[in-house]
Design a protein around this ligand. Structure first.
Ligand SMILES: Nc1ncnc2c1ncn2[C@@H]1O[C@H](COP(=O)(O)OP(=O)(O)O)[C@@H](O)[C@H]1O
Ligand SMILES: [Mg+2]
Length: 271
């Protein structure tokens, strides 16, 4: 029985032509040509399908926005791409490596900023960066230079000696991003990095994301703030585990006749 037939029992939201076109495109694409290549990736928990045959390809240096409401399946998908959770079906390549066969090699090629970030509250900002530099195998001199640069870029100059636990959420998010970007990973997976902070702090955070992309990292970022889609090269919109729309913000507005990404989202969800 095909994957299609197995999941057909639950009503699936319809896809835009752009999302269907991407699914066709990734069948032809070679892992070597991409940063992230996902073909019909599915994850079930018991009888519940959390990620439903998603397909997408991300180019090197692209900022790809993985959008969806809470519970859509974003974190489940990202955990499969990072080699932390086994897919039920389908295939994914990250940095041209097959994730299910080479999860450890994939982990060396990427960085993952989880929704709960993994910072030590009882270490200072500088100590957290030094710790992660060690985890990523940087030498002492590299850790010193890179963390000094990041502290500057992240606007954490006055907070270097502060305990991480005492920082406001916005600064913690910046530090978590800095820790994830310390070793200049080719691919950065950011799971809701801007969740819970005000729009100004979110805008500043996106400037950092651009800086990292300009330095050569591919960015795969999830968010449930639809206006943040405007900052991405291309985005997908996920509804109940399924990618219902995919394209550049301009293409998606065109396709749905909406003026804002918020309206694009409402159009695709209601379809
Ligand atoms: N380990 C798990 N066991 C059972 N259900 C899960 C598990 N992890 C996630 N889910 C369910 O899968 C759905 C998608 O969750 P998640 O990927 O965290 O969504 P998002 O990150 O978009 O908010 C939710 O309904 C969630 O409850
Ligand atoms: Mg999530």
């Amino acid at each position: 029985m095909s994957a299609q037939a197995k999941t057909a029992v639950r009503e699936r939201p319809p896809q835009t032509e752009g999302a269907r076109e991407e699914a066709r495109r990734v069948r032809e694409m070679q892992p070597d040509d991409t940063s992230v290549l996902v073909r019909s990736l599915t994850r079930r928990f018991g009888r519940f399908t959390a990620v439903d045959e998603i397909s997408l390809g991300v180019k090197r240096g692209e900022i790809f926005g993985f959008l969806g409401a809470n519970g859509a399946g974003k974190t489940t998908a990202i955990r499969m791409l990072c080699g932390l959770l086994k897919p039920s079906e389908g295939e994914a390549w990250v940095g041209s490596l097959p994730v299910s066969r080479k999860p450890e090699a994939v982990k060396r090629n990427i960085s993952y900023m989880s929704q709960k970030f993994s910072l030590y509250d009882d270490l200072t900002v500088q100590e957290n960066l030094t710790f992660y530099g060690g985890v990523y195998g940087l030498r002492n001199g590299q850790i010193r230079d890179r963390s000094a640069q990041l502290i500057e870029q992240l606007g954490l100059k006055d907070a270097g000696d502060n305990l991480t636990g005492s920082l406001p959420l916005g600064l913690k998010q910046r530090l978590a991003l800095g820790s994830a970007a310390l070793h200049r990973p080719p691919i950065l997976f950011l799971d809701e990095p801007t969740s819970g902070v005000d729009p100004v702090a979110r805008r500043d955070f996106w400037d950092l994301i651009y800086t990292l992309a300009e330095e050569g990292s591919t960015i795969f970022v999830t968010t449930h703030y639809m206006e943040e889609a405007e900052y991405c090269d291309r985005v997908s919109i996920m509804v109940r585990g399924r990618i219902v729309a995919l394209g550049s913000p301009a293409e998606l507005k065109d396709e749905t006749g909406a003026n804002t990404m918020q309206d694009v989202f409402l159009e695709t969800v209601k379809a």
